[in-house]
Design a protein around this ligand. Structure first.
Ligand SMILES: Cc1cc2nc3c(=O)[nH]c(=O)nc-3n(C[C@H](O)[C@H](O)[C@H](O)COP(=O)(O)O)c2cc1C
Length: 432
């Protein structure tokens, strides 16, 4: 049997997605000073809904207002039906498509302007030029509180009209930190063996399932690997994927990398990458994690998506035809082509412009693949700011502006985040 981009797929919970195109999570940074979704969220997701994606996943929504991935994150700390969330969910599903909320705790990847005391499995600071503070190791009580919070946020999403949730277990945020032997140096039941390191993820999945019931879709986004010496490996990812299948999750989405090793954006040429040979062959292909994904796919039957670098209709079709994936995840292309799914399905677009290949401050040591981590990170941040700039435009009924400057987008974004962080600090919500 052959699978095309336009084929429906039914998930283990019984929910059917209309096609195989998933808009992957992209943080919006558009919440108000009380961390609530705004009209801009609704406008943005209505625009994306009109593009006919099989599934929209929101940017990461925080489970604890004290720890944001960045200023402007939406935060959900109540299980109640909340008007600002309902408005967002209604607009984002106005075309009959489901929209799922990605829920997350950032762990140690919290900029100092948000928190000077971030949390992590162990007090291991990010090696990124002091931009991130040294984290405090979580206590048993902290961990239990975080598990509970994931459950509460997921129920808040469900009660407010979202059609599913995705637990963010990738990219070096808290759950991903627990999986990594580099950041997780604990010697209690949360660290050491893979079984212990995966305990937080599995307990979060169970807390969420317990709150939302068996018919509500739960997805997990997981790293195929951290691409760091001593970090979470592909072999371990395969084992965790099997554990998640046992928990009957509905969709596994594969990505890779962390803030220190930003493979999720296609950056590769940094010295800590321990998969040099494999990396070269993967680099020839546009989809960064497809080689890794094949190994994971072979071990599980759970519906399976891969995100990162898909840029041509042929590669997407081939991956589906060969059953390497069930669903194609796309993120940055949605910022410049909001109607992407329809165009892909109708065959009106063959190649997605790889803007990320040219958006950088310089070449070589000054570029995105600089051996100097700080420079590489600044390039990545600038690039992400450029895509965020497109998102902001869509959110106020404007079309994307691909002539926008990289430096300008970066500076604007930094100014915006510092401003929001400063106002939030003065607001009573900081006391929560
Ligand atoms: C502006 C922006 C924000 C992002 N925010 C998130 C996020 O909140 N959660 C997440 O899992 N990934 C996030 N990502 C990563 C994307 O989901 C995706 O994994 C990555 O961009 C690679 O896919 P692509 O090549 O199709 O863009 C973000 C990416 C961008 C460009």
């Amino acid at each position: 049997m052959t699978t095309t981009l336009n084929d429906a797929i039914t998930l283990p919970c019984g929910v059917t997605l209309n096609n195989r195109i998933l808009k992957s999570a992209m943080t919006e940074g558009m919440a108000d000073y009380n961390d609530q979704a705004t009209q801009r969220h609704a406008t943005l997701y209505q625009r994306w809904a009109e593009g006919d994606a099989g599934l929209l996943i929101t940017g990461n929504v925080m489970v604890d207002a004290r720890y944001l991935e960045r200023p402007g994150n939406v935060c959900v700390e109540s299980s109640a039906d909340q008007p600002h969330l309902r408005h967002w969910a209604t607009a984002g599903q106005s075309n009959g498509n489901p929209m799922w909320m990605q829920i997350s705790h950032p762990g140690r990847q919290v900029a100092k302007i948000v928190s000077k005391t971030p949390l992590a499995p162990s007090p291991v600071q990010l090696k990124l030029g002091g931009y991130f503070a040294e984290p405090r190791a979580l206590t048993e009580n902290d961990i239990q509180d975080i598990i509970r919070r994931f459950g509460v946020t997921a129920l808040g999403a469900k009660n407010s009209g979202f059609a599913g949730v995705q637990i963010h277990g990738a990219h070096g945020y808290l759950i991903s930190e627990f999986l990594s032997p580099v950041v997780n140096q604990r010697n209690d039941r949360w660290g050491g063996s893979l079984e212990n390191r995966a305990r937080l993820l599995l307990d979060v999945v169970r807390a969420v399932r317990n709150n939302v019931g068996s018919e509500f879709p739960i997805s997990v986004k997981l790293n195929s690997a951290d691409f760091q010496k001593g970090g979470f490996t592909l072999v371990e990812c395969v084992e965790v994927a099997k554990m998640l299948e046992h928990e009957k999750i509905d969709l596994l989405e594969i990505s890779g990398g962390t803030y220190e090793q930003t493979n999720m954006f296609g950056t590769t040429d940094t010295p800590n990458d321990t998969n040099q040979t494999k990396r070269e062959s993967t680099k020839q292909r546009e989809a960064y994690f497809l080689d890794y994904a094949k190994t994971i796919r072979a071990a599980i039957k759970t519906p399976f998506a891969v995100t990162g670098g898909f840029r041509s209709a042929d590669t997407m079709r081939e991956a589906l035809l060969n059953s390497e994936v069930d669903i194609i995840g796309l993120a940055r292309p949605f910022c410049v082509e909001p109607d992407l799914p329809r165009k892909l399905i109708q065959g009106n677009i063959q190649h997605l412009h790889p803007y990320e290949n040219t958006l950088q401050f310089g070449n070589g040591k000054m570029g995105i693949n600089s051996p100097y981590k700080l420079i590489s990170m600044m390039n990545v941040q600038a690039q992400v700011s450029w895509f965020s700039h497109q998102i902001y435009r869509l959110a106020v009924h404007q079309d994307p502006d691909t002539s926008a400057g990289l430096k300008r987008s970066y500076l604007k974004q930094m100014y915006n985040e510092i401003r929001i962080a400063a106002v939030r600090k003065r607001s009573p919500t900081e006391e929560r």
